[in-house]
Ligand binder design. Structure first.
Ligand SMILES: Nc1ncnc2c1ncn2[C@@H]1O[C@H](COP(=O)(O)OP(=O)(O)OP(=O)(O)O)[C@@H](O)[C@H]1O
Length: 309
């Protein structure tokens, strides 16, 4: 049994099918939940937390049935919602203590735990300030702290990097990794930025129109494609000149943006041939790199073949 399991999970809002018979099994570690707007990510999280009911199907979180054991699930699961939910006229320390108390911790344990989690998320200094005066980055950290307040076994993080600048985003991603790897808390994290999920997730689940498009280890999404990418520089159209000369030597290649994509598996002399060709045609070779898959490729595969599963 996984951390999260669903069988035929369906949610309809009137005519709209937000989730259509979802069969899913998610294990321990950090799992990225990906999908375009409207794919059903928030609906899935809300059903798993017992905030809304499924129309059909079943699901278990940490082995507990969502319909019969919602209360047990909420004691074991933390939730960082996407939208700002922090009371502006409350200090972070009081808010996190309150959330820990709501989850059943006694007063002393709640105070200790709140101080700990606020330190872990980097708000030790600012914990006595009113949250209304916090920056977006500090608010995201406070939301994360309240999700961790009761020492959950699993946290749902809905768009934790929303609204953050690049440096704050890096900090938040480092925290997400730390929660999964150092604290041993399983994480289900959503983000529109697929590159972020590649960095922090062990596993990625892709939803599309309420259906499961793919569920794989992140390494499978990002494995070596067997293609080479090269970048050349020179007078005129160096890319076309180089591509034509490679093709004339029997090397399958085509442009990919500013790069040339080369598909010549098994050619042991390929790097030498590329270098010599660049010298022959008088273009500068900027780089030769192995091509790696991206999570977003799954959407292109699906558009091309009807299904990528
Ligand atoms: N309360 C609601 N009433 C009617 N339709 C809804 C409701 N909530 C969600 N939907 C619809 O269900 C579908 C799935 O929405 P959901 O919010 O789960 O997607 P999402 O993947 O979380 O999208 P986003 O990335 O934009 O948050 C969408 O078509 C949405 O319009």
């Amino acid at each position: 049994m996984g951390i999260i399991d669903t069988q035929g999970l369906t949610k309809r809002y009137g005519q709209v099918t937000a989730l259509g018979g979802l069969d899913l099994s998610i294990g321990e570690g950090v799992t990225g939940l990906v999908g375009a707007n409207g794919a059903g990510k928030s609906t899935l999280i809300k059903i798993l937390l017992g905030l809304i009911d499924a129309t059909e199907g079943r699901a278990q979180v940490l082995g507990h049935d969502i319909r019969a054991e919602g209360q047990q699930i909420r004691t074991l699961v933390g939730y960082m919602p996407e939208h700002d939910c922090l009371p502006p006229d409350v200090r972070a320390i009081d808010f996190v203590v309150h959330m820990a108390r709501m989850s059943g911790l006694p007063p002393t344990a709640a105070r200790e735990r709140a101080a700990d989690v606020l330190r872990h998320v980097g708000l030790a200094e600012e914990r006595y300030r009113l949250m209304g005066g916090y920056s977006t980055g500090m608010k995201q950290r406070a939301k994360l702290a309240q999700a961790l307040a009761h020492d959950p076994r699993l946290v749902f993080l809905d768009e934790p990097t929303n609204g953050l600048d690049p440096a704050a985003r890096d900090d938040m991603l480092a925290l997400v990794s730390k929660i999964g790897r150092e604290f041993g808390i399983s994480v289900l994290v959503t983000s529109h930025l697929l590159g972020e999920l590649e960095r922090v997730s062990d596993h990625v689940v892709v939803l599309d129109g309420g259906h499961l498009l793919r569920s794989s280890a992140t390494a499978e999404f990002t494995s070596d494609t067997g293609l080479l990418l090269i970048e050349v520089l020179g007078a005129g159209d160096a890319q076309t000149t180089m591509g034509e000369r490679l093709a004339a030597q029997g090397i399958a290649c085509r442009p990919r943006g500013q790069l040339i994509e080369i598909n010549a598996p098994g050619r042991a002399d390929l790097h030498d041939l590329i270098r010599d060709t660049a010298v022959d045609v008088g273009v500068g070779l900027v780089r030769i790199a192995a091509d790696h898959g991206r999570i977003e490729d799954v959407f292109r595969e699906d558009a091309g073949h009807g299904s990528a599963v």
